[in-house]
Design a protein around this ligand. Structure first.
Ligand SMILES: Cc1cc2nc3c(=O)[nH]c(=O)nc-3n(C[C@H](O)[C@H](O)[C@H](O)COP(=O)(O)OP(=O)(O)OC[C@H]3O[C@@H](n4cnc5c(N)ncnc54)[C@H](O)[C@@H]3O)c2cc1C
Length: 406
């Protein structure tokens, strides 16, 4: 399978992998592997819980994006990476020889090994996961019986899922929500004021928060907590964050099982110079939060470094850019977190919507006709659902003028 020009293999085609693939030109010989057909805009998957967006609003065809850059997409899982043989092997046993490999496999659902998590809770990691949560939530809300929802995790994903649950059924008299958080406060990596603000906004809703509390076991309709309580549940949402993919250790890219892949400042693997690691899978020094914008920047840089390596030129080091975080809390509030400063206003939801359109347009380039049509259709469809209900509500219109600095 060796061809005359160097063969570049990319494993994983979401934020980092696609950013890398689209940074190579048609003259480069690039093959991209991912087991699923569609790019997914993960920062917005919580919006599937309330039905604000549909899965198709958040997905793009990997085949089309990669073909447009002049490369080959193979919808296959890479089962093995053998750096010493310069080879990847797909799960059907086909070997592919590479000159340089880019690993962008992201992470997996972190269950912390707690019994019952895989069986009795729904993860929060893909469009399919969140669409299923939305489907079950709608069924519960349509019934005449009281129902209980347990969200495990008080980080960004946990709060964004809670916000969407309130958007859909915040007025329900039958719903009770429990949010279990192992950390001492909500969004523990952000300034403390957010914890206080969210809890004060939640006084109006049937929500109980359990901070400093771990889940010890999940059973059918039951969540056991470290404080001895047992919660009845009709829907358990697991937002425990991401853990390293076992693929990294298996491929010799992590020093130990359960670790992310250690990389040099050039994003080359610490253990092999012809393997680059980009996105969530990479463990840079000092450690970085696992964010889509870092993954995109890393993906672009590894493509440039890959070309430099093949031409024998000096490579560049990864310098993370500092960007603020936008945290959506349904139609109740949106927060902009910039270092220790936090801005709060429902109007900031339009900024989050802008970031979503930017990401989708980045991969579905509006420079070709179908990209422009998709961009316009996506904008109309999603703006109609998100912005119009806000501007037709007097309360929210007044809120638009009011941005609080917490
Ligand atoms: C609910 C949620 C909300 C988020 N909100 C934000 C936010 O507001 N802002 C922000 O910046 N970031 C946010 N993030 C984080 C952001 O989505 C990640 O940082 C980003 O997706 C990382 O990109 P990646 O390409 O490294 O990995 P991923 O996006 O996880 O992609 C990895 C890809 O690799 C593929 N893959 C894995 N193993 C293999 C294999 N063996 N063979 C072939 N393919 C493989 C997978 O199918 C997947 O497509 C959020 C994440 C989640 C889950």
């Amino acid at each position: 399978m060796r061809t005359s020009s160097p063969h570049i293999v990319i494993v994983g085609a979401n934020f980092a992998g696609l950013a890398a693939a689209t940074s190579f030109g048609p003259q480069d010989n690039v093959t991209v592997f991912d087991q699923s057909a569609s790019f997914e805009c993960l920062p917005n998957i919580h919006e599937l819980v309330s039905g604000l967006k549909r899965s198709s609003d958040l997905q793009l065809s990997r085949e089309k994006i990669i073909a447009r850059s002049g490369h080959t997409f193979r919808q296959q899982k890479v089962a093995e990476l053998l750096p010493e043989k310069h080879q990847v092997i797909t799960d059907d046993g086909t070997p592919y020889i590479y000159d340089v490999c880019i690993v962008a496999v992201g992470g997996i659902n972190n269950t912390y090994g707690i019994p019952g998590v895989n069986r009795w809770s729904l993860p929060f990691k893909s469009c399919a996961d969140c669409a299923e949560i939305g489907r079950r939530l709608k069924n519960l809300a349509a019934g005449a019986q009281p129902f209980s929802i347990v969200i495990v995790g008080g980080g960004l994903e946990g709060i964004e899922s809670l916000g969407e649950i309130l958007r859909l059924c915040g007025r329900s008299q039958l719903m009770q929500v429990h949010l279990v958080n192992q950390a001492p406060r909500l969004i523990s990596e952000a300034p403390e004021v957010i914890d206080r603000d969210i809890k004060s906004l939640c006084h109006a809703y049937p929500i109980t928060f359990y901070n400093n509390t771990a889940v010890t076991q999940l059973k059918e309709n039951k969540v056991s907590l470290s404080n001895g309580l047992e919660l009845h549940t009709d829907l358990t949402i697991w937002t425990g964050g991401a853990a390293p993919s076992p693929f990294l250790y298996r491929s010799g890219l992590a020093a130990q099982s359960g670790q992310w892949a250690s990389v040099k400042p050039t994003l080359q693997s610490q253990f092999n110079n012809t393997v680059f690691v980009a996105g969530d899978a990479a463990m840079v020094e000092p450690p970085l939060s696992k964010q889509g914008y870092h993954a995109i920047d890393m993906g672009s840089l590894v493509a440039q470094n890959c070309k430099r390596l093949l031409k024998g030129r000096a490579m560049q080091e990864f310098k993370p850019s500092g960007k603020p975080t936008l945290l959506s809390f349904g139609d109740v509030m949106t927060y902009l977190i910039a270092g220790q400063t936090v801005f709060a206003s429902p109007a900031l939801a339009s900024m989050k919507e802008g970031v979503y359109h930017y990401i989708m347009a980045l991969f579905d380039r509006p420079s070709h006709t179908s990209g422009i049509i998709n961009l316009v259709q996506r904008s109309i469809r999603t703006t109609e659902k998100r912005i119009l209900p806000s501007v037709t509500s007097l309360k929210t219109m007044l809120g638009f003028a009011h941005v609080r600095i917490l």
